[in-house]
Write a protein that binds this ligand. Structure first.
Ligand SMILES: [Zn+2]
Ligand SMILES: [Zn+2]
Length: 262
């Protein structure tokens, strides 16, 4: 399994960067985890967007799904995606229609977002949209996916992708939680958010500091730990040092284009 970071920014992009997007590839299967703002253009640097088998969305925050909009326009209006006569071998109006697995309630949210200026069924028509059941496993080709609810401001699901005895755990966005530690137990690769320079001072917590991310990695026994959802306005060196202190081993900070082979 190959994991490529397409975007690692928090809810605003790094200079030249993109919000959350992770490409997972194994043999002929290609899955995109999250499609935040800026991700579609980055995706195109690595794969043909018509070759993506499925997009899986962790939660319905803009920085995790907003580029489904340009992606939908491409699938709908790109010349090669235009309707073809039914007698051709494909026999379909949509030569490519990737699956889109999104959290419960997503269909209504997508309609509201794109309905603000145009056809509210843009995303639902461009993709084969289904709302996943977080309690049920999901198979995409040979990849086995599992979900785990984690605490955040809206319903949010960490995602595990497993194949051939290897496990990749994406923590999505979350505040400190045992749920993620249990879910990521002994994983080969934990990509975990490290958004905050310090814990939130007021209100409900929704994110982690690099030090907390390291603690989660250590408690889970993750083989490899990568910090993500972190702004270029935070010191990368500082974040890594903080996380390594609590993880007790080398930690990496996600970079666009970084590839992790499992
Ligand atoms: Zn979020
Ligand atoms: Zn986010």
């Amino acid at each position: 399994m190959k994991v490529t970071v397409l975007g690692k920014s928090p809810s605003w992009q790094d200079a030249g960067g993109a919000c959350s997007g992770y490409l997972v590839q194994h043999e002929g299967t290609t899955v995109l985890l999250d499609c935040g703002n800026g991700v579609f253009g980055k995706l195109r640097r690595f794969v043909d967007y018509t070759d993506v088998d499925a997009v899986v969305v962790s939660h319905l925050h803009a920085d995790h799904f907003l580029d489904l909009v340009p992606y939908s326009y491409a699938l709908t209006y790109a010349p090669r995606q235009q309707p073809v006569p039914v007698h051709t071998w494909r026999g379909t109006d949509h030569p490519a229609r990737p699956a889109l697995h999104a959290p419960p309630g997503a269909a209504a949210v997508f309609r509201r977002v794109v309905g603000a200026w145009g056809n509210d069924d843009l995303i639902a028509n461009a993709f084969a949209l289904c709302e996943y059941d977080p309690a049920a496993p999901l198979e995409i080709g040979p990849l086995a996916l599992r979900f785990c609810r984690v605490p955040h401001f809206v319903p949010t699901f960490a995602i595990e992708v497993a194949v051939a005895g290897r496990r990749f755990t994406y923590g999505a966005d979350c505040s400190p939680t045992e749920a993620l530690v249990d879910f990521a137990r002994d994983t080969d690769l934990l990509v975990i958010e490290a958004t905050l320079p310090r814990p939130e001072r007021t209100g409900v917590r929704g994110h982690l500091t690099p030090g907390e991310a390291g603690e989660h990695g250590r408690a889970a026994g993750a083989q490899r730990l990568v910090l993500t959802h972190i702004s270029d306005e935070l010191g990368e060196r500082w974040a890594r040092d903080e996380a390594e202190r609590s993880f007790g081993a080398t930690v990496e900070v996600a970079r666009e284009g970084a590839v992790y082979e499992l």
